[in-house]
Design a binder for this molecule. Structure first.
Ligand SMILES: Nc1nc2c(c(=O)[nH]1)N[C@H]1C(S)=C(S)[C@@H](COP(=O)(O)OP(=O)(O)OC[C@H]3O[C@@H](n4cnc5c(=O)[nH]c(N)nc54)[C@H](O)[C@@H]3O)O[C@H]1N2
Ligand SMILES: Nc1nc2c(c(=O)[nH]1)N[C@H]1C(S)=C(S)[C@@H](COP(=O)(O)OP(=O)(O)OC[C@H]3O[C@@H](n4cnc5c(=O)[nH]c(N)nc54)[C@H](O)[C@@H]3O)O[C@H]1N2
Ligand code: SF4
Ligand SMILES: [Mo]
Length: 666
């Protein structure tokens, strides 16, 4: 019987297909038979709303005309050949399979010779990547899903797994029944917060203050692991000395929490033996995203809550293969297989790919590409499996910049992307159900994705990139018999990673069907980290309040995020009737006291307005902090409002903290 892995969230549930329905696979260790409504609904979206024909136009004001793969690819190849490599960019996606990602990265960096090959994971996980690398020396999530069964306390900060990682949430609830305590830290009382043993409605953007206060108290009270600190960490004294200078009252005041709430938090930490802290976009998507990650890592280092069963800093990956993309090297800040740009790494990779085209320095990140386009520095942009006009911040600016790119190519399986309005060539790809390969879930489990329908004459993403590679003259480098051949080349390449830590080379494509492979199982054995002296790094950080601050004109802070049954733009989920009942697509959560002051009732349609743009939303009353609102990303126009500040290191956007006002429509 055919089995495959879900194409939505990073949990990576395995399904079997029986009688035309998807069903969770009981024997699969990740989901053990569980699945969610959105995941199961995918069977209905395979053939709905599909892009089936290559399309072309020379001007975005014109209608598209039908074309074929050969002509579309030849046109793109011709343009790339006549363009300086630095003016060509690729924008990929954490929803691509490893093989699709590998070929796109190989083509962009290895043969076209552009370093500008980034992915939408930049908007998602980049802060976690930089945080892990700074603290532990390598991009490695040191917690597995099964650790939850062994934890005594789970802190969920800036994440809403009840809606975003449903099956993981079920596991959390199950562990809670067995005695694990749950703390949820979020400015909104989310579906996740509703089950918490302790819910802390902290003020948006104050997480660093809260975590610094906790660390300060733990050090002060002696609730730290001195042995671990001494043997396995760097920089404790500097860290501690700086931390001790912070004012407790100011830290607490910044969080908006009461002394009693904080004391309960501290008490729960001290009382529990094994602790996991899990986070997602509430920390990552911030102008201080890396610092917020470091704040969590610091906490786990000083308490030795890492590298032991049931503990650790657990960044929850959002997209199904964002982890795989990081491994392959899809971020423009890495080259390939966890190798950063350096002379030595470039030589290794050039030799492996047998090319002399490799760029020597890292390239533009997602939003930087838009800034470059705006300055007229980008002539070709190839987009695959993502919708940047929808998802990048400050959309009016993004749209203006897109209009300045001579050739925008979009590879998509479905119709109605926002980006297609700015596209010259659209190329259809086969989606989940028709494509095959491998993907890596949020806890480093590599699994086989199988197809259960034929491709009906269409191509899978990697086949499109390989065809383009051949059209550019690189026949040998892009001559692959099948997806397995791509995987085999990729896995061989993982041997180049630092001491072979990314040990995917041990996996076997065929065996992955029945048995998933977990990479890096031995990585932090004996608490040896991947930094120069094998110790974890502590960094003193402070909250610099760099996000847009509310003011008289824009008194609210806008938070944005997920609802359970919709997947981003909804090119698949919004087509399935049964998924439209859970929550509306375009709403705003408001505190009823704020609404009352503005004479707004529940269900009223209002304007949400920021410095950058405005949109219409329907009001829902919710238990959310005063002067804070939430609009889901299922509202396709969400990013007309959002701020385009970026974290200086990870370049991840500050999606969660834009200043807005609400106006009643009369
Ligand atoms: N149903 C569904 N599931 C999905 C997705 C989807 O589109 N739909 N997308 C997937 C992807 S790509 C991702 S990245 C993940 C995202 O997974 P999550 O990050 O868990 O989902 P979000 O809804 O973005 O939740 C972020 C939470 O952070 C809170 N928050 C905002 N600002 C702050 C802050 O300053 N401090 C704290 N402590 N909290 C804050 C928000 O109120 C929100 O509850 O979901 C994945 N799963
Ligand atoms: N305001 C705000 N903005 C955000 C976020 C936020 O929290 N707030 N979150 C950010 C994050 S974390 C993320 S991950 C992004 C997500 O943003 P996007 O990646 O833009 O959103 P999706 O709708 O998932 O886009 C996936 C696209 O791939 C297409 N597709 C589906 N299957 C296939 C296939 O097999 N092949 C190809 N080629 N295409 C396919 C779909 O039709 C769709 O157009 O949004 C980011 N933007
Ligand atoms: S929890 Fe995530 S991986 Fe599992 S079925 Fe739902 S969307 Fe798919
Ligand atoms: Mo994401």
């Amino acid at each position: 019987m055919n089995q495959t892995v879900c194409a939505y969230c990073g949990v990576g549930c395995k399904f079997e297909i029986s009688n035309g329905k998807l069903k969770g696979v009981k024997s699969y260790p990740v989901n053990k038979g569980l699945s969610c409504a959105k995941g199961m609904s995918q069977i209905k979206s395979i053939f709905t709303n599909r892009l089936l024909m290559p399309q072309i136009r020379s001007n975005i004001k014109d209608e598209f005309g039908a074309t074929n793969y050969d002509h579309a690819i030849k046109t793109i190849a011709k343009k790339i050949k006549n363009t300086h490599p630095q003016k060509t960019a690729f924008y990929l996606s954490g929803q691509m399979l490893n093989e699709d990602y590998y070929i796109a990265n190989k083509l962009a960096k290895g043969f076209i010779g552009t370093p500008h090959c980034d992915t939408n994971s930049r908007t998602c996980m980049a802060s976690a990547v930089v945080g892990y690398k700074k603290s532990f020396g390598v991009d490695y999530v040191p917690v597995r899903i099964e650790d939850i069964e062994h934890a005594n306390l789970m802190i969920i900060i800036g994440a809403n797994p009840a809606e975003a990682h449903v099956v993981l949430f079920n596991k959390i609830k199950k562990a809670q029944k067995q005695g694990m305590k749950v703390i949820v830290i979020d400015p909104r009382e989310t579906m996740t917060a509703k089950i918490a043993d302790l819910y802390l409605p902290l003020r948006a953007g104050s997480d660093i203050d809260l975590l610094n206060l906790l660390c300060k108290k733990l050090i002060h009270n002696g609730n730290i692991d001195n042995d671990f600190i001494l043997k396995h960490s760097n920089g404790f004294n500097e860290y501690k000395n700086s931390l001790m200078l912070l004012d407790d009252n100011k830290l607490l005041e910044s969080t908006g929490l009461s002394q009693k709430q904080f004391d309960m938090f501290l008490k729960l930490w001290i009382k529990n033996k094994n602790i996991i802290t899990a986070w997602t976009m509430g920390l990552n998507q911030s102008v201080q995203g890396v610092d917020k990650n470091l704040a969590v890592n610091n906490l786990h280092i000083i308490t030795g809550q890492i590298n032991k069963q049931g503990s650790g800093p657990f960044s929850l990956t959002g997209q199904p293969n964002a982890m795989g993309g990081r491994e392959v090297g899809g971020l423009s800040t890495t080259l390939a297989v966890h190798l950063d740009y350096s002379k030595e790494n470039c030589q290794k990779v050039s030799k492996f790919w047998n090319t002399d085209k490799l760029p020597s320095k890292q390239g533009l990140t997602a939003f930087e590409m838009i800034e470059a386009a705006d300055k007229g520095e980008l002539d070709v942009l190839i987009i695959c499996h993502t919708d940047p006009v929808y998802h990048l911040p400050n959309r009016h600016f993004v749209e203006t910049a897109f209009k300045k790119i001579a050739l925008v190519v979009e590879i998509n399986a479905y119709e109605q992307s926002e980006t297609s309005k700015y596209t010259h060539i659209r190329i259809p790809a086969v989606p989940f159900g028709q494509k095959e390969g491998t993907q890596t879930n949020l806890d480093r489990t590599v699994s086989r994705v199988e197809n259960f329908h034929s491709k009906d004459g269409l191509l899978q993403d990697w086949e499109i990139f390989a065809k383009l590679g051949r059209a550019l003259g690189y026949k040998k480098a892009f001559d692959f018999a099948d997806t397995k051949a791509v995987f085999d080349e990729y896995k061989a390449m993982t041997r180049l990673s630092k001491n072979g830590h990314l040990d995917i080379y041990k996996a076997d494509y065929n065996n992955l069907k029945s048995k998933p492979f977990v990479w890096g199982k031995e990585l932090y054995k004996n608490n040896r980290f991947f930094t120069q002296n094998k110790k974890a790094n502590l960094f003193f950080i402070r909250n610099k309040n760099l996000s847009e601050q509310p003011n008289e004109k824009y008194p609210f802070i806008l938070l944005t995020g997920r609802t359970r049954d919709q997947w981003h733009t909804g090119s698949k989920t919004a087509q399935v009737d049964t998924l439209l009942h859970h929550k509306p697509i375009e709403f705003v959560e408001m505190n009823s006291a704020d609404a009352l002051e503005l004479d707004i009732n529940e269900n009223d349609t209002v304007w949400a307005i920021s410095k950058r743009g405005k949109l219409k939303v329907q009001v829902i009353f919710a238990n959310i902090n005063r002067k804070t609102i939430f609009i889901p990303v299922s509202h396709k126009e969400i990013n007309y409002l959002t701020d385009d500040k970026l974290d200086p290191l990870s370049k991840e956007p500050d999606y969660n903290h834009s200043g807005v006002r609400i106006e009643k429509i009369v």
